[in-house]
Write a protein that binds this ligand. Sequence first.
Ligand SMILES: [Zn+2]
Length: 227
Amino acid sequence: MCSIIAANGQKELDLAFFENRDRPKETFIGNDIRKIGEVIGIYDLRARGMACGYSIKSGTAGGVANILGYTGNKSRGVLLLKALQEGKSADDVANIIKTEVALGEYGSATYVLCDEESIINIESFGRMTHVSENRRRKFVVTTNHFHNLRSGKKPENSVLREKYLERLGSKITEESVLKLATRHRDPAICRHGRTLASFAVFKEQGEKPRILYSLEEPCKGYKEFSV
Ligand SMILES: [Zn+2]
């Protein structure tokens, strides 16, 4: 379960990416922040993959939101990490994921990839995939249900969280995103007992990206990962 915001081409920001990582259905051992090759992200100690991350080489941020319904034997986080390491752009990372998930070996999920040019969502359920890419989309919100594939569960809480996050659309700044990340009620985005970590990337024009993370509930504060 997760909440993801991806945006580009904003007034103040060329790129904004945010994910609150909620507890997965599978056994959770722990997570930390790591830089593996050129990819920085929230590393899952059990799966040895990343729930979300950012490649400083390609300028692509990516995250995965689990969807309940289909169980696969391969790790979505391992695939995301590999694709972020190999892909040269958000489009390229998306192509790597799309080809791999179509084999039907991964649990159902939505993958979100974002760079300064594109935002791509891949819905994956068994061997079925649906890719949404529209170059005019500057802001995309993803929680734990599909919009295009008619499969997978659609928890009420997931719908509420998504509706709430969409309100952000007209004004995306570091401040507005982080304020939402720590919201506690109706619906909670910072979910005590559920949210395990939080990760955000903000890039202003001509500046180096700022990578922020929290390895506990985001309301307890963010640290900056120095690149
Ligand atoms: Zn909180």
